[in-house]
Design a protein around this ligand. Structure first.
Ligand SMILES: C[S@@+](CC[C@H](N)C(=O)[O-])C[C@H]1O[C@@H](n2cnc3c(N)ncnc32)[C@H](O)[C@@H]1O
Length: 250
């Protein structure tokens, strides 16, 4: 059994980057990608887009192919190298750094942080800093967009702190929640070429209302909250949300 520990690329080192793009995963289906890109392109208008945690370019590349200039921030050189190897990968400007605090030149009409990546910041302080950093990059009237799951606490019976989210003959994945601190982790045990591998990624789960307060601290205000990219209503049953905060025009 091997344990893939954190390295200089954070939790997205070479081994993770090599397997990140998974055509079988729901997040990589053209419908899922296109609906995100449609909305982000609409918000970008004639302006630029900034992706926090650009990764392998799952969203940045098709958005750029729509004619939107995209810049990305990521701390994983391994993930960014995968994007660079793809057609159009050179058209995305990238800054290597922590997206909670890293500033890049210029302003943007939209900044976005998708695929639960706000939860990769494991303290409230870092999540607040991220909102302030995103807001500082926005033009007046610009938007910050987050796609993130709603915390699964309704799946936890009293006394239980584990929620499984994948089981198959060769892979088991489960989240562990600490409801006292909002710490959680996603844990993966997988058989690869006959060997067991395990991986644990720490997160901080965060409620929509807390995100709204972070936005308020950063001078942003909620414009929309939907269940998903195709603007379904957000309800008490929503397992995720797409939220848009705007920087006041004056
Ligand atoms: C789940 S992946 C999402 C990648 C891409 N946005 C997508 O939708 O496929 C999270 C990405 O965020 C990056 N990341 C996580 N925490 C970060 C941080 N604090 N600063 C910069 N990048 C970070 C990781 O290296 C990884 O590339």
């Amino acid at each position: 059994m091997t344990d893939q520990l954190n390295d200089e690329d954070g939790f997205f080192g070479d081994a993770v980057a090599a397997r990140y793009d998974d055509p079988a995963s729901a997040m990589f289906q053209p419908k899922a990608v296109n609906s995100a890109v449609d909305l982000l392109a609409e918000l970008a208008g004639d302006g630029r887009a900034l992706e926090l945690g650009v990764g392998t370019g799952r969203i940045a590349l098709p958005l750029s192919q729509r004619g939107v200039p995209v810049h990305g921030i990521d701390l994983s050189r391994a993930m960014v190298a995968r994007m660079r190897d793809k057609p159009g990968g050179d058209s995305i400007g990238v800054t290597i750094g922590d997206f909670a605090t890293t500033r890049v030149d210029g302003t943007f009409s939209v900044a976005y942080l998708v695929f639960n990546t706000i939860m990769n910041l494991t303290t409230q302080e870092a999540q607040v800093a991220c909102f302030r950093t995103a807001a500082a990059h926005l033009e007046p009237g610009g938007c910050f967009v987050i796609e993130v799951m709603t915390p699964e606490l309704r799946s936890l019976p009293t006394g239980q702190n584990v929620v499984p989210f994948h089981t198959s003959p060769t892979k088991w994945a489960f989240s562990i929640y600490d409801v006292a601190t909002q710490a959680m982790s996603s844990n993966y045990v997988q058989v690869v070429e006959g060997r067991g591998e395990c991986r644990s990624v720490p997160f901080r789960y965060v409620w929509p209302a807390e995100l709204d307060l972070m936005a308020q601290l950063a001078g942003l205000r909620l414009r929309e909250r939907w269940d998903g990219w195709t603007r379904e209503p957000f309800t008490g049953e929503s397992a995720q949300h797409v939220s848009i905060w705007e920087k006041p025009a004056n």
